[in-house]
Design a protein around this ligand. Structure first.
Ligand SMILES: C[S@@+](CC[C@H](N)C(=O)[O-])C[C@H]1O[C@@H](n2cnc3c(N)ncnc32)[C@H](O)[C@@H]1O
Length: 183
């Protein structure tokens, strides 16, 4: 925490605590909160949820929403984006059964820096090696310098918003959230 205090122009941890207590500035509180959370994420993290999505969740949604042909997905603490791009890649693979469906993927997190990275869809070689099958990498990412960037088609499937789950559980229901379709 001492380097964080210095980043805010404060001498040490005691000064940082004092500033939090007395100034109660939102910017400072956000800075400390973000420093205390972990942004660990990887592609297709824990295969079990993705198996469930394929075997159980998607078939049930397709049956239940055949009237509206609309699917809304919320990556509610998306960190740097690997989770939502994994879902988007998975849905692209299911394009045949999703033709004509509208897909809304909303990605939110309280950490603004992580969210910016998610939005850019830019990952290092090390990051893409963590869970992303090579075929998916070649199909959905392009090399930009020494980084890999998610394709415009993949990025267009997602909307991003800052959100704190402790204070607001409603972003998915807000008007104006318009998604795209699988192409
Ligand atoms: C370990 S990452 C998980 C990333 C991704 N969901 C995954 O499973 O790969 C946890 C994320 O939760 C976010 N987070 C923690 N508390 C939060 C809150 N109250 N509201 C929104 N996001 C929060 C952190 O900023 C961090 O990016």
């Amino acid at each position: 925490m001492a380097p964080l205090a210095r980043k805010q122009g404060l001498a040490d941890l005691d000064e940082l605590i004092k500033a939090i207590r007395t100034r109660k500035e939102e910017k400072l509180l956000n800075f400390v909160t973000e420093a205390m959370t972990t942004n660990e994420s990887l592609f297709f993290r824990d295969m079990a949820p993705f198996d469930q999505l394929r075997k159980t969740i998607l078939p049930r949604i397709l049956a239940a929403r055949s009237g509206t042909r609309r699917i809304r997905i919320w990556s509610a603490a998306c960190s740097t984006g690997q989770e939502l791009y994994s879902i988007a890649m998975y849905l692209k693979e299911e394009a045949a059964s999703l033709a004509g469906w509208r897909i809304d993927i909303l990605a939110t997190d309280l950490a603004t820096e992580a969210l910016e990275k998610a939005k850019a869809g830019l990952y290092s070689q090390f990051e893409v090696q963590r869970g992303l099958p090579i075929q998916q990498l070649m199909k959905n990412f392009t090399k930009v310098g020494d980084m890999w960037q998610a394709s415009p088609a993949l990025r267009a499937m997602v909307q991003f918003q800052t959100n704190n789950l402790l204070t607001d559980l409603g972003p998915l229901n807000r008007a104006g959230f318009v998604g795209g379709s699988i192409s």
